[in-house]
Write a protein that binds this ligand. Structure first.
Ligand code: GDP
Ligand code: MG
Length: 163
């Protein structure tokens, strides 16, 4: 069985960019528009000779009222439910956002293995900025630059460690 890894996070943190990087495809829609990718999007990937399935999500609806139930679209919740592990993507440039806490709370209840991916971390891998992400209670932050292809290997090593 190929492990299924879902990419989850608020809009614009770089999920689709990371999806494209991991799957080496251009399939997912990447844009400067928050939440453009509306549906789940699957891609095949290979890491250390291991095949995996990556799921991009874009199902957060920013214009709806806050609160995790309203905010998290059914597509994203379904992607988490069917995943073997979740890569929770946050934005190093923005710091911890309120929505990140909402998502963290949801993921804790989902009982999945979660990797905290701090994206847009190019040039910040030694930065104390990364330390604040510990407050999400999702374990050690993994600094990544999806756009520059940095930190992806060690993120995937951690994501696949149990499979
Ligand atoms: P999504 O909404 O979470 O799927 O985010 P996207 O993948 O569409 O990316 C949102 C924006 O962040 C785009 O302008 C990307 O070019 C930019 N972005 C993605 N990854 C990185 C990164 O590693 N570093 C920087 N500086 N920008 C990034
Ligand atoms: Mg997207």
């Amino acid at each position: 069985m190929k492990p299924v890894i879902a990419l989850v996070g608020r809009p614009n943190v770089g999920k689709s960019t990371l999806f494209n990087r991991i799957t080496k495809s251009r399939d997912a829609i990447v844009a400067d528009f928050a939440g453009l990718t509306r549906d789940r999007h699957y891609g095949d990937a290979r890491h250390n000779g291991r095949e995996l399935i990556v799921v991009d999500t874009g199902g957060f609806e920013p214009e709806k009222p806050t609160g995790i139930v309203a905010m998290m679209a059914a597509q994203t919740k379904a992607a988490v439910a069917e995943a073997d592990a979740v890569i929770f993507v946050v934005d190093a440039r923005n710091g911890v956002a309120g929505q990140d806490h909402d998502i963290a709370r949801y993921l804790r209840g989902a009982n999945k293995r979660v990797l905290l991916c701090v994206n847009k971390a190019e040039g910040l891998s030694e930065s104390p900025l990364l330390a604040e992400f510990h407050e999400l209670g999702m374990g050690e932050p993994h600094p990544v630059s999806a756009a520059h292809g940095q930190g992806i290997r060690s993120l995937l090593d951690a994501a696949l460690a149990d499979f």
